[in-house]
Design a protein around this ligand. Sequence first.
Ligand code: CTP
Length: 402
Amino acid sequence: MLAGKKIVLGVSGSIAAYKAVFLLRLLVKAGAQVKVIMTKPATDFVAPLSFSTLSHNPVLVEFSTPDGSWNNHVELANWADLIILAPASANTIGKLALGLCDNLLLATLFSASCPVYVAPAMDREMYISDSIKKNIERLAKQGRIIIPSEEGELASGLHGEGRMAEPEHIVQFIEETISKGLPLYGKKALVTAGPTYEAIDPVRFIGNYSSGKMGFAIAEELADKGASVTLVHGPVSISTKNSAIKVIGVTSAEEMHKECIKAFPQADITVMSAAVADYRPSIRSGEKIKKTEGTLKLELVPNTDILSELGKKKAAKQLLVGFALETNDEIKNASAKLKRKNLDAIVLNSMRNKGAGPGGDTNKITIIDRQNKTTTFELKAKNAVATDIVSYIVELKMKNEK
Ligand code: CTP
C-alpha cells in the first residue's frame, strides 16, 4: 500500500519525536521514500542524524542551508504523495490551524495539495484544553486527516489522552484511509494464474509454457485498487508483493478446481487467467514408467472446465472474466467462449500477435464484452496490460452496480 509512495515526515517538538524514528523505519520498510523535515525544537529531542540515516535523505530544518542555498518548500510539497505530521505538537497544530508560518515545516504544509495526516502528541491537560481542541477541529475542517491520539502513560507521569498514536497504528490508519478511497475497497476477487501440471508418473507431467506473470500482475493490480484477492496459481517461480493477496499454490487442474469452487461464492470479481490443462492422463503411474522398445501410448481424459463451472454458478452481481488464447478466427472463437461459459467479458490473446501470450513479459489483448463490443489495446508490458484489464473491470463493475 505504501510501497513507492513519496512521503514527507514532519517532526515537531515533542518527546514523542523518538517514536517518529520508529515510524520512519516502518515507512521505509513498507517501501516508501521518505524525506524528513524537523522544527528546531524537535532537534532538541532527537538528533537529525537518526532520521537522515534511516531515510537515506538529508534532514531539513531551516529555510536555507549554510552554503546559502534554499530548501524549496513548494518543491518538497509537490514531491510528496502524502505528508505525515508526527508528532504534531500543540504549538505546530496551533500555527497550522491559524495560518502562522515561521518555519520550513509549516511552509511545506501550507504549500501541500496532497493529503496531510496529523498525529497530535501532548500532555493530557493540554490535549483536553478548549483552545487546543478547537485548533484540532479547525485542522479537520481544513481537510487535514487527524490520527487520534491514544490513552496511556504520558511524559508528565500522568495517565490519559494525548499520547501520540503508536507508529504501527499510524501506518495502519494511513493504509486504511488510502484503501477506503480505492475503487475496489471492500470487494473480494478471485484470480487464477500459471500452468497446471498433470502427472504421468512420479517424475513426469504434462504442462504448458505459462509463467503466471499475467495472472500475478492482475492480482497485484486488483489488490492495489483495494480488493482482497485470493490468487490460486499453478507451479510458477514468482511471488506476490501486496499483502492483501492470499496465495494458494496448486499443481493440477483438479486441485485448482477444488480451490476455485471454495473461493468463488465470496468473490465479487473473478478473473481466470490460468492456462489450465484441458486433459490429464487417465492413469497416474505410481512408479516411474520404464522405457520399452515400442511406442508409448498415453490415454488422456478431460479435466473439468473450471471457468464453465463457475459460469453456471455465477450470481447476477458477480463479475466473471475469462481468457481466450487463440491462433485463428480469434474474435469469433473468443466470443463463442464468452457465451458458452457465461462470462461478462473475455480477454483475447492471439498467438498471431508477436509478443503476446504465455511465457513472455509483454502481451497484446482485445477485451470483448457480452454485447460483442471489442476494445483493443497496444502491445505492452504485462503489468501495464493488467492495469488496462483492471480499469476495464472497475468500469464494468460500476456499470453493473448502477
Ligand atoms: N479454463 C478453465 N478450465 C479449463 C480450461 C480452461 O478454467 N479446464 C479457462 C482458462 O483459465 C481461460 C478460459 O477457460 O480463462 C479459456 O481457456 P482456453 O484454453 O483459451 O480455452 P478452452 O476453453 O480450453 O478451449 P480451447 O482450448 O479449445 O480453445
